[in-house]
Design a protein around this ligand. Sequence first.
Ligand code: NAD
Ligand code: UDP
Length: 312
Amino acid sequence: MIKKKILVTGGAGFVGSHLCDRLLKEGNEVICLDNYFTGQKQNVVHLLNNPFFELVRHDVTMPFFIEVDEIYNLACPASPVHYQYNAIKTMKTSVMGAINMLGLAKRIKAKILQASTSEVYGDPQIHPQTENYWGHVNPIGERSCYDEGKRSAETLFVNYHKQNNVKIKIIRIFNTYGPRMHPHDGRVVSNFIMQALQGEDITIYGDGQQTRSFQYVDDLVEGMIRMMASPDEFTGPVNIGNPNEFTILQLAERVIELTHSKSKIVRMALPPDDPTQRQPNIELAKKELDWEPKIQLNEGLIKTIEYFASII
Ligand code: NAD
Ligand code: UDP
């Protein structure tokens, strides 16, 4: 018996492909929608023989019509290199994508979850970040197409809920890593592992003292599923991330150690508006979703290193 029919936008991306795996494993029918900007068919090729999986090439900036019970809205490039490549398109994807998916959810009375981000906090001035913090975002900076796009999407979600009773769920995802990250997408974990495995220099931007808190993808997927299943009154936003905070230098050293690499660390210019610190407060997720991350950095890095070693 099929449980639910579920649309995953951005389903051929890094996080989306793991979410599709999990939803299918739980007996759901999954429609994966993607324009393959940063995702790849390769991420879901193992699902193509499953009769309960459908792959649709579509761009969320255009309306899409389908009957489903739930929508996970993930379509949006997530790596700074990729979202800055075409800043206008990134903003259109976040804003028009949200409008199209919310309009769909309203029409078919589906529940819809938005993959928002810790970037809504910008370069945060309170630490760790709680959901009631409004953030510190440069509206005209290099990152603003992504940050403000995601902030606008949150506004749209909340207003479709208030005005049209759409059942919404907003999660704010903190830096997530794992197998199927694009090897050249420029994010720090994939960069460092690829560099270490290939004996290339490890590129630290700035002095490496900026911090991030890294979450393994399976923990995120568990948080997403729990959020979707939570009572309708709980709309979020809720932080989903691993509170263990590391400097970027510590991450580089950890990757070198785990890969037994001879790579050297080199310093490069720090990109503008690069947040100096980031750590989620996850008390709300613990209370409302009975969720907390289970996989710590070494275990997650080892799995991720195995994946990258297998594709080089
Ligand atoms: P990703 O780039 O691997 O996946 C994004 C997917 O969306 C790709 O498959 C891409 O092709 C697709 N896409 C982009 N624009 C589209 C469009 N206009 N129409 C249809 N598909 C489109 O990134 P990811 O890490 O898997 O991120 C997934 C979601 O989670 C994103 O919304 C991202 O903002 C959010 N998020 C991720 C992280 C993280 O650390 N991974 C952190 C915060 C938020
Ligand atoms: N970074 C780095 N070297 C790299 C890639 C990234 O030092 O090769 C730094 C980047 O400047 C930032 C942190 O690592 O401070 C995380 O970058 P990422 O692009 O993964 O995500 P962000 O959290 O900045 O969106």
